[in-house]
Unconditional design. Structure first.
Length: 169
């Protein structure tokens, strides 16, 4: 006779069926999720500190956004021989390298003078920064940090040929 096989679970009358209830250990899963949540929260905070707002400038401007009289712009060029700084309507200034490194303290002083004494940037915070091909990345970032420290937060990183001031002919 082909009949049901007793598995020893006959208390409820479940003949021929095995128990499917399994206890799952959730503690390792909860530990993993706790670590992931803590990690994501910490990285979300640090990404805000490492953020620098840069607007592309010099290329692709709309005709509607260009004013009839161009504003006076402050431009910074990191060149192989030093840092050039100047207004689009004035005489450019050159900050020579000291011991083959850029003098960012002098750049800080000069930008602070433009911010406070020129009267053009009391309600503006825009600046153009460009670098020649031979300039290393850290020097560009240091120039941007110097501009932010002197309250020029509207940084436009442009091509050297797109600067408002022609430092080298």
């Amino acid at each position: 006779m082909a009949g049901a096989v007793d598995t020893g679970e006959g208390a409820h009358g479940d003949r021929g069926r095995r128990a499917v209830d399994v206890d799952i250990n959730l503690i390792p899963f909860i530990d993993t999720m706790t670590v992931l949540v803590a990690f994501l929260l910490m990285t979300a905070v640090w990404t805000n500190y490492a953020q620098l707002s840069i607007k592309p400038g010099g290329l692709g401007r709309d005709a509607e956004t260009v004013p009839t009289e161009p504003p006076i712009n402050l431009s910074v060029l990191l060149a192989g021989d030093g840092i050039w700084v100047g207004l689009s309507n004035g005489q450019p200034n050159k900050i020579d390298k000291v011991n083959d490194t850029y003098n960012f303290e002098a750049l800080n002083t000069l930008l602070a003078q433009y911010k406070k004494e020129s009267g053009l940037f009391t309600d503006r915070d825009d600046i153009e920064i460009a670098a020649e091909d031979a300039v290393d990345y850290q020097s560009v970032i240091s120039a941007m940090d110097t501009a932010v420290a002197t309250e020029f937060k509207g940084i436009k990183y442009v091509d050297p040929q797109s600067l408002s001031v022609r430092f080298k002919q």
